[in-house]
Design a binder for this molecule. Structure first.
Ligand SMILES: Nc1ncnc2c1ncn2[C@@H]1O[C@H](COP(=O)(O)OP(=O)(O)OP(=O)(O)O)[C@@H](O)[C@H]1O
Length: 621
């Protein structure tokens, strides 16, 4: 086949530009990335060969071989794993399949400092493309196991790559880096050996290093997780985490244990310290690796951990699993169900320990990254609910930091029976919202919930201890039952007279635009606010459902008016006069739109709103 030219996916081109002008001070990461890919390729082949032994034609121990050519200034990383055919090369080395990549590249381009860029790269990982940190040309020669045709992929990392057929007697992949000027250190065998020893020592596969006629075996090859904890240093754990998770950050937690007895398995789990970009992508799979007697089985099984622990990385190696277990068998495996339940318990117990650390900042940073995912468990997994509720942290009106439900319960006022919350998109807007004014004035703490999942777990959980969760946007929240703090009673403002007349007038004017009009108990500063009637859906949930087209029209709300507000008082006075008050009706509509705006919504009829507002302003200018 003659040479074919292909353009990189736009994101890849942009990413390569940044990678090529290396922003990463520790460039040796390219070696770890390419060795991890080579080792994954061997793992995949080993597993497939359990049922298709013919894929191993030509035999040979699965291994990674690094060779340096000082004259040609190249470093080659070769493996005899699964290999890639033409389509694989085009899709795997020409695009980024992960979603969120466009957003990632955009953020990367707009990041100001080198540190910010490095941190973003850390969250995303650039895998194979990190080769262009040290090379100005990369050649990939590959032959897929079970196929006879080899392929050569070449790129200088500036927008295009070429593909052509090539001779390759053995299956597997050879990646040759034509090193940039100034990157000659990657031709020094001693330097490479040192880096491999540091970062890839426990790759469970032999790594050979060839320098001219000399060939050396440079790693220990013992699967790290089979060693006992006391033999493993923190650095070795970290390097192994980076290798297995293709991660660039430090592990926030490392959980390593062997279970013996009814079921025998070893787990080595890591919780990252940074949030990956695609954590909320619905297609994101749980990515724990499953091994059976040290043989890689899959990293695509949702059976090993529930979705709400999808941020956990690492592996599980079971002595009792069949080596040739299929995906379907995994789904139905009672053994795996038991392992899964045990892993969930272990992770929750580790989180429980960390949550009780004296220094709260570390746990809070974990919660900030992964709390929204963990809360999905409140909804999905009733068995873990109590544990997760203890681990949950919230923003609240009671303090600037994070609070636990136990903190909240300890601060509840006399007569307060519920845990009050308000849900919305933005923390600042919630903290300032009219609906919570009365709660603030009475010193009642309100949880400020900004994760979309909050609307779903609350109805499922209902209570913490004896206290039920209650949205302040429902009119039922009864402030009069809670004993007031002294200061607010003293400063209580007088309530306007003739409110009844105004309320009747407003009801007649609004007709079906609202469900009811009531005098508010909760408002102290704002003139009015919209709330949901006690049995109705929470307002934020309704908005979410409308955004996702699960609900067509909005439900009518209750308008609460503040009897102590000067505008309401003036309107009440007007409402007692004889006549049909067309101006009062205009003000009434403005009042209702005001409540909608305060809630982050548009006026019902923006053009009419502007007209009314201008007419009112014209009178005072
Ligand atoms: N040596 C190899 N042998 C076979 N396939 C490979 C090899 N190197 C890369 N690939 C294929 O190319 C894909 C992309 O690799 P890349 O390193 O960019 O990302 P990744 O390994 O999927 O994820 P990460 O960014 O987390 O490293 C791999 O998923 C794999 O399918």
């Amino acid at each position: 086949m003659s040479l074919e030219r292909h353009g990189f996916q736009a994101e890849v081109s942009r990413l390569l530009q940044i990678v090529a002008h290396s922003l990463y001070s520790d460039k040796s990461v390219f070696l770890r990335e390419l060795i991890s890919n080579a080792s994954d390729a061997c793992d995949k082949l080993r597993y497939l060969a359990l049922t298709q032994p013919e894929l191993l034609e030509g035999g040979g121990e699965l291994a990674v071989t690094l060779s340096v050519d000082k004259g040609g200034k190249t470093l080659t990383i070769a493996d005899n794993g699964i290999g890639m055919n033409k389509d694989d090369l085009i899709s795997h080395l020409g695009t980024i399949a992960r979603s969120g990549s466009a957003k990632f590249v955009e953020e990367l381009e707009s990041a100001k400092s080198a540190e910010a860029k490095v941190s973003l790269i850390g969250q995303f990982g650039v895998g194979f493309y990190s080769a262009f940190m040290v090379a100005d040309k990369v050649t990939v020669l590959s032959r897929k196991a079970g196929e006879t045709q080899g392929w050569r992929w070449i790129s200088d990392g500036t927008g295009e790559f070429t593909i052509e057929t090539a001779e390759k007697p053995q299956r597997g992949t050879e990646i040759t880096l034509h090193l940039k000027k100034g990157e000659e250190e990657w031709l020094e065998a001693a330097r490479l050996e040192h880096i491999i020893a540091k970062h890839s020592e426990h790759v469970a596969l032999p790594i050979h290093l060839k320098d001219g006629a000399e060939e050396k075996h440079v790693n220990q090859k013992a699967a790290l997780w089979t060693k006992s904890k006391s033999e493993i240093t923190e650095e070795q754990y970290r390097d192994f985490y980076r290798h297995i998770a293709h991660a660039w950050d430090e592990p926030w937690a490392t959980i390593h244990y062997k279970a013996e007895g009814k079921i025998d398995y070893t787990a080595l789990l890591f919780i990252p310290s940074q949030r990956p970009m695609d954590l909320f992508n619905p297609d994101r799979k749980q990515s724990l690796k499953l091994y059976a007697k040290r043989v890689f089985i899959t990293d695509q099984s949702d059976e090993i951990l529930p979705g709400w622990l999808r941020f956990v990385r690492g592996l599980v190696d079971s002595e009792d699993l069949q080596l040739n277990i299929s995906r379907e068998m995994l789904q139905a495996s009672p053994l795996l169900a038991k392992i899964r339940a045990a892993l969930v318990k272990r992770v929750l117990s580790e989180l429980g320990k960390r949550a009780n650390d004296e220094d709260k900042t570390s746990y809070e940073s974990f919660w900030g990254h992964f709390g929204a995912v963990l809360k999905e468990g409140l909804y999905e997994d009733p068995a873990s609910r109590d544990e997760i509720l203890k681990l949950a942290r919230f923003r609240s009106t009671g303090s600037d930091g994070w609070v636990s439900l136990a903190d909240y319960a300890a601060r509840m006022k006399e007569g307060q029976k519920a845990i009050y919350y308000i849900a919305g998109d933005q923390l600042d807007a919630l903290a300032r919202s009219a609906q919570i004014e009365g709660f603030k004035a009475k010193g009642i703490e309100v949880l400020l919930l900004t994760d979309p999942i909050d609307e779903f777990w609350i109805p499922a959980v209902e209570k913490f201890g004896e206290a039920e969760f209650r949205s302040v946007t429902r009119a039922g929240a009864d402030l009069s039952e809670v004993k007031s703090e002294q200061k607010t009673d003293d400063s209580k403002k007088p309530v306007a007279e003739n409110l009844d007349a105004l309320i009747s007038f407003l009801k007649v004017t609004y007709k079906d635009a609202v469900k009811d009009v009531r005098v508010s108990e909760r408002l102290t500063d704002s003139a009015c606010c919209l709330v949901a009637d006690s049995g109705d859906m929470d307002m934020h949930l309704e908005r979410l459902l409308r955004q996702h087209k699960r609900l067509e029209a909005s439900l009518p709300r209750v308008l609460e008016v503040n009897g102590s507000h000067p505008l309401v008082a003036a309107m009440a006075k007007q409402a007692t006069k004889d006549g049909d008050w067309p101006e009062l009706a205009e003000t009434a509509w403005l009042l209702l739109d005001e409540a909608r705006i305060q809630d982050g919504e548009l006026p019902a009829d923006p053009a009419a709103f502007v007209k009314r507002l201008n007419a009112a302003l014209a009178k005072v200018v």
